[in-house]
Design a protein. Structure first.
Length: 378
């Protein structure tokens, strides 16, 4: 008995399967390109998500409404104006300890500026609060939720170490009668990293900086500072001017304007690679209020500020007078300060009388930021 056996073979490459039209070489190429493109798109999306999550994860936050409460806070008076409290923390924890070897425990608000951005956001005013100012601290909750009792005649920069950043916000609101919409805190490591990511910041001195007590030594003139030297620059006290904390505020204000000019000059928002580099450096040691605690929120806020020109930004020191009991401390000069706070609350121009601080700290005026000049690409 014989049987017929039908051999079954697979179609040769390039031949059509039964019932299917043949695939041309061009069709196979297009199919390969499509798969490759799909893989690249998905890979890019995955990388983008990783980068976004990475930067978001850098940011710490504090819920001001929960920490301070919503009652007994100043009302928001002026339309779409914004008030942002900027803190520079002098914590020696973690990477910060490598940048400052002082034997100091805990952390303090080494720098504090209330930045008022008027409606329209075409200009801004930054008010520096001297760290040695004696103030009344309100009752607060610390980071663990424990109640910290109120106290009188305490140094402003001690509020942070005793009760944390939310209490600093509450103290500034009590001091000024101004609602703080946001707060941003950067520590030593974050500040250094941001300056280095920019490729340095240019400052100009009208007199030498002596380098007293381990500070930075610079001749009069223009200098390009890296992150480490920039940190020394803004913390210099004894080696410049009259050696007071009030004199140091002028250096800090000058540097802030110079840094803002550098960011604007480099057009970070027009260069994704540079923007990521700055964002990664800037967010590593960043704490904000919960409303700003995402890359999207920070980016949107920064973009809304692009109309603010650092060259027209006004820098003011909170008017203070030397304390009659302790001449090493200052107190708020109420007459001048009242004019200042009222102008900001009502979104009006600050009158000259509000800038006349009885205790001036040298000249009483902040040095001007240097004019924009070409800088190396980071």
């Amino acid at each position: 008995m014989t049987s017929d056996t039908t051999a079954t073979t697979s179609p040769a490459e390039g031949q059509a399967s039964p019932g299917r039209p043949p695939r041309s070489r061009a069709s196979r190429i297009r199919r390969g390109v499509a798969w490759t493109a799909a893989v690249l798109v998905l890979g890019a999306a995955g990388s983008g998500w990783w980068l976004y999550s990475h930067l978001n994860g850098n940011i710490s936050s504090v819920d001001l409404d929960q920490a301070i409460g919503t009652d007994n806070r100043p009302p928001k008076v002026a339309g779409n104006a914004q008030n942002v409290l900027v803190l520079g923390s002098d914590s020696r924890a973690g990477a910060n300890g490598e940048l400052d070897h002082g034997d100091v425990s805990g952390a303090r608000s080494d720098t504090a500026m209330l930045v008022h951005i008027p409606e329209g956001r075409a200009r801004a005013t930054a008010v520096s609060i001297p760290r040695d100012t004696l103030i009344s601290r309100p009752e607060c909750k610390d980071g663990d939720g424990k109640t910290v009792p109120p106290a009188n005649r305490v140094m402003f920069n001690s509020v942070y170490s005793v009760a944390g950043p939310a209490c600093v916000v509450k103290t500034v609101e009590q001091l000024s009668g101004i609602r703080v919409d946001h707060f941003v805190e950067v520590d030593f490591a974050g500040f250094k990293g941001l300056v280095d990511a920019l490729g340095g910041v240019t400052v100009t001195l009208d007199q030498p900086m002596s380098g007293a007590k381990g500070g930075l030594k610079l001749d009069a003139g223009t200098h390009r500072l890296n992150g480490t030297d920039s940190l020394k620059f803004v913390r210099t006290r004894y080696g410049y001017g009259d050696g007071s904390d009030l004199g140091r505020i002028g250096l800090q204000q000058q540097f802030m304007l110079a840094m803002l000019s550098e960011i604007k000059k480099q057009d970070a928002f027009g260069n994704p690679a540079r923007l990521y580099k700055l964002a990664d450096a800037g967010t590593k040691s960043l704490t904000t209020d919960s409303d700003l605690a995402s890359l999207t929120a920070l980016s949107d806020f920064a973009r809304s500020m692009r109309g603010v020109d650092p060259s027209t930004m006004e820098t003011i020191m909170l008017p203070v007078a030397y304390d009659k009991v302790d001449p090493n401390r200052v107190v708020v000069a109420q007459e001048q300060a009242s004019l200042l706070w009222e102008a900001l609350r009502s979104d009006q121009k600050v009158p000259a009388a509000a800038k006349d601080s009885p205790a001036k700290g040298g000249s009483g005026k902040a040095p001007k930021a240097p004019k924009a000049s070409p800088s190396p690409t980071p």
